[in-house]
Design a protein around this ligand. Sequence first.
Ligand SMILES: Cc1ncc(COP(=O)(O)O)c(C=O)c1O
Length: 505
Amino acid sequence: MLFRQAKWEEPIVFELSSFSKQTLLIDEEFANEASEALKRIPESLVRSSELKIPNLSEVEVVRHYNRLSQMSYGVDVGPVPLGSCTMKYNPKICEELASDPRVTELHPYQDEEEAQGILEIMYLMQRWLSEITGMDECSLQPPAGAAGEFVGALIIRKYHHDRGLNNKNEMIVPEAAHGSNPASSAMAGFKVVKIPTAPSGETDIEALKSVLSDNTAGLMLTNPNTLGIFESGIVEISDLIHEKSALMYYDGANLNGILGIVRPGDMGFDIVHLNLHKTFAAPHGGGGPGAGAVCVRKELIDYLPVPLVGFDGRSYKLRYDLSRTIGRVSWFYGNIVPIVKSFIYIAALGPALREVAEVSVLNTNYLMSKLRRMRGISLPYGENRWRKHEFVVSFENLLKETGVSAEDVAKALLDRGLHAPTIYFPLIVKEAHMIEVTETETKENIDRLAKAYEEIIELAYRDPQVVKSSPVNTSVKRLDVLVANHPRTLAPTYEHLRRLKSQEV
Ligand SMILES: Cc1ncc(COP(=O)(O)O)c(C=O)c1O
């Protein structure tokens, strides 16, 4: 399939519009009504300056966003095999039902009696996620996985504090963990203690034993881990942690590979976060919105963020009666739209949720078996182990033999109409590609991805410079990454961009 991405010299929406242009046509009667209504608003509340929002007609807006979408790539265009991100297809039925006005027009201050539908959805989600994780209660408040980790770390801190164990100030985190694990532990006031990965690709249990002490507050672990390998020693690990009166925290970002087959609660974990925007198909990328539900065992329910949703047999109510709560972490209902999308996804699949894990594991290992045989590619750690949701290969040999790096290969994938996988992560694998195709890619698409890798490698040995000049078919060609990421180039807001362009900064 030939790929040539559209390229528009598209200005940003603020530049496209002129603030003085009149696009809203209002009749005289409405104008009179509006000016009458305006008179009744206290003067102190009436805007005195012009409203600086883009001033465009409907057709201009539609064309602008369509042109932008032609220059971008997402899971509705083709596979996005970003390891650790679980970028699966987002079913449109979830989008459709979540855009029901009863969801989108719900006012956060609406009386609970009038919001029974949404409260029931939240209550059922608390129950279903508890069942899926093997925990006793869940809070839907955290807005992302990393926020869930922070909530979990705060719960661990308060739990030990309540027992007078103030010396428990160390959180153990594997060196291959996602960066948010040490970051959220440190933000909650813990000293982060790193442990290495054994050659088998699993947690090095001897290293774990050597750092355990009375200061250990908890262990943050994801299972299957960042290499996609299931920690077969998980029960021994959780026994070791519990013997020190410490708690087990489960980073649920990798749940896709074991969903409905094994539960974190049964592995010995005490606190779990789930990325609803990964495992349960709410769209993500580009910064959200996400939802990072946190689920806990009975003994920790009292520490959860409020409000939870309770049911008294007649109606659903927001519950604030948790005596040890770490407090609020979101406004109102949390990020309700992704929660509703995930609710629909779980309700639609029911017991077939298990097939998500089965097919995603099959897809992972099918692609891994093809890639690991290719010249220049190796499979570090746990050579004889099957992977779960993802796998990590190394292009170290390709780099040595041709000068083509993991980054060059990733860029060359873009030229073939494919999204690149996660690269250079985890740091324990040199020249890494971390690949997760999820259950939603067909065999044909996986074969297409494997074929693209094969072509790129063949080209790397024949004419490495061509690979190193990729991408050439995308709307934006090869970027100088240093310039692209430099604070002088990045413009997070329109105002900043305007100042950059007029050389004010
Ligand atoms: C293993 C792992 N843990 C935690 C996170 C953080 O999740 P979020 O991006 O929802 O904050 C991620 C995100 O990619 C992840 O891959």
